[in-house]
Ligand binder design. Structure first.
Ligand code: 8X3
Length: 250
């Protein structure tokens, strides 16, 4: 049977690159995101290689997430790969100055959204006694940096959820991979800095950052490992990066 992957946050960045990588390798796709038009455009460009289904919803809404995933037709229900990629950073400030709406957005999207999607997809995997979950964490989940307490906390939660999923699901024949990228040049910093392009550009200046395709390659490597191999955890940094905020710039 052909593999089906469900990817959240597929309309840009790592999610979109992963959809393209999977399509190159013949994996049918359920691409999820908030932006219907972007999903439709991506569907069109991937459909020459694989079958594609779109689901437009916001992972922060439990109701919308359940409604979207339960709307899948029978032929789309045997999801073999779940890529929990949707997530963002909102703001960068000290804990006394942080905007609680930013905190809500990060906790609701990066943590609760990941859980809602997982809760809707995993029972099918358990029923089939097979599946692979890839959670996109961050170097920020491994170390906490100044001004980043809440984003880092949300990603530390992803790290714990990955470990917990592996403990609960290994006996069900389900693999769990946690991937922690460092500085990837995507729309990430534009979102973090609320559209301040000058500030966002500085994040990736003076060194060669990772590209979304670098992370997609790692995800594909993990999901195509032999049956007896689990790639449990990968941390991927730019070559010029040694910690989240330590980057050797020219
Ligand atoms: C994105 C990487 O270092 O900006 O998750 O937190 S970092």
């Amino acid at each position: 049977m052909k593999k089906i992957a469900l990817i959240t946050g597929a309309t840009s960045g790592i999610g979109e690159a992963t959809a393209r990588k999977f399509a190159e390798h013949g994996i049918d796709l359920i691409i999820c995101g908030r932006r219907e038009e972007k999903l439709a455009g991506l569907k069109e460009s991937l459909e020459k290689d694989v079958a594609v289904r779109t689901l437009s919803f916001d992972v922060r809404s439990e109701e919308a997430t359940l409604a979207a995933i339960s709307s899948l037709e029978d032929e789309w229900r045997h999801i073999s790969i779940l890529v929990n990629n949707a997530g963002n950073a909102h703001g960068l400030s000290t804990i006394d100055q942080g905007d609680t709406r930013d905190w809500d957005a990060m906790m609701d999207g990066n943590v609760k959204g990941l859980l809602y999607v997982s809760r809707a997809v995993i029972p099918g995997m358990v029923g089939r006694k097979s599946g692979h979950i890839v959670n996109i964490s961050s170097i920020a989940g491994k170390e906490t940096y100044k001004n980043g307490a809440v984003y880092c906390a949300s990603k530390a939660a992803v790290e714990a959820i990955s470990q917990g999923m592996r403990l609960d699901l290994t006996e069900q024949g389900i693999k769990v991979t946690n991937i922690a990228p460092g500085a990837v040049e995507t729309g990430f910093s534009m979102v973090r800095f609320k559209g301040d392009a000058e500030r966002a550009e500085k994040v990736y200046a003076g060194f060669e950052p990772l590209q979304a395709a670098d992370i997609a390659d790692a995800i594909f490597y993990a999901v195509s490992a032999p049956a007896h191999v689990t790639i449990a955890d990968m941390t991927i940094l730019a070559a010029a990066q040694s910690q989240a905020t330590v980057i050797h710039r020219q």
